[in-house]
Each structure stands twice: as structure tokens, then as C-alpha cells.
Design a protein around this ligand. Structure first.
Ligand SMILES: [Zn+2]
Length: 166
């Protein structure tokens, strides 16, 4: 069954670092566990009721056998992976329509702030060029984001992924 809700929460295995960051940018809660053994991942997914994302067919089969909801991410490219996961879970790939976004680095929610709030914390040229900034709400992270050149790349990749779905 396809669930069309942002309440989906995921747990990703060590092969899926890139996809983890993408899903966080799109606002999804993704726990990234690069160093966890398969059995531990399964227990964790079961206990937290999170959907296991894995690139490992063996682990995927194991998950299904133990009643853990899982999705096999087996695309050849990042674009293909995004398209597959979007199709499966009804994930919206329009980054402009993303209301809530998460820190790609640590999964905490980002908060929109003004240029004044980040004065002295970002290069002055950046401060002059951009009006909107986002700050990670994790006190241990506090990373600042703005719609720099990589934003264009993000838009391009999401667009490509969308064409694969239709
Ligand atoms: Zn963060």
C-alpha cells in the first residue's frame, strides 16, 4: 500500500548515505546507520516502526521474513533511486514545495532565519547575496544553509528523477 504521508520515517543502511541526505532535504526523518550489523538494523527498525531502506538484497529478504517493512534500493544511479522511492512512497520531489526540511548532516529540523540572524557566521558575500537562511535546530550541529549553487543542482536532479516516474 502506498502511504501519502510525510509521517513516514526511515532507517537507512550504510550504502545509502546519499539517499539519506536527499530524503532529509525533502523533509523526511531518516536515521542513518552506517556501522550497524544487519541483525541490529532489523531490531532497530522493528522497535522504532521505521521503514528499512537497504541496498542489500540479503538484508531486504531477511527484513521481510522477520516482518520488518523494508524497501530495496537497487537503482544504478541516485536519480533512479530517488524515482523509485518517490513512486513507492508517494514522495513529492518538488523541492520548492517542501515546507519542512531537515539537516542533511544530522536529521534535525531546519529553521528559517533572516540574514541578520546569521551575521558573522557566514561569509559576508553570502550574506549580501542571499536573503533566506536555514539553521539546524540541533544544538550540537547548528549548521547554516542557504540556496547556493548546489541548490540548482538539487533542483536538476529532482527534475530528472521526476521524468523517470512519469
Ligand atoms: Zn544538523
Amino acid at each position: 500500500m502506498v502511504e501519502l504521508t510525510k509521517n513516514l520515517r526511515f532507517i537507512a543502511d550504510g550504502m545509502l548515505g546519499k539517499l539519506t541526505r536527499w530524503l532529509r532535504i525533502l523533509g523526511y526523518d531518516v536515521e542513518f546507520k552506517p556501522n550497524e550489523a544487519d541483525d541490529k538494523l532489523l531490531i532497530l527498525a522493528k522497535e522504532t516502526k521505521k521503514i528499512l531502506l537497504t541496498g542489500d538484497l540479503e538484508l531486504y529478504r531477511k527484513a521481510l521474513r522477520s516482518g520488518v517493512e523494508a524497501f530495496l534500493v537497487d537503482g544504478k544511479t541516485e536519480v533512479e533511486n530517488l524515482a523509485k522511492i518517490s513512486k513507492k512512497f508517494g514522495i513529492n520531489l518538488d523541492v520548492d514545495e517542501v515546507e519542512e526540511t531537515r539537516c542533511p548532516k544530522c536529521n534535525f529540523r531546519l529553521k528559517m532565519v533572516s540574514a541578520k540572524d546569521v551575521e558573522g557566521k557566514v561569509p559576508s558575500t553570502t550574506l549580501k547575496t542571499y536573503k533566506e537562511f536555514w539553521v539546524c535546530t540541533n544544538p550540537q550541529c547548528q549548521k547554516i544553509y542557504w540556496q547556493g549553487s548546489h541548490w540548482k543542482k538539487i533542483g536538476k536532479i529532482l527534475k530528472e528523477a521526476k521524468t523517470l516516474i512519469n
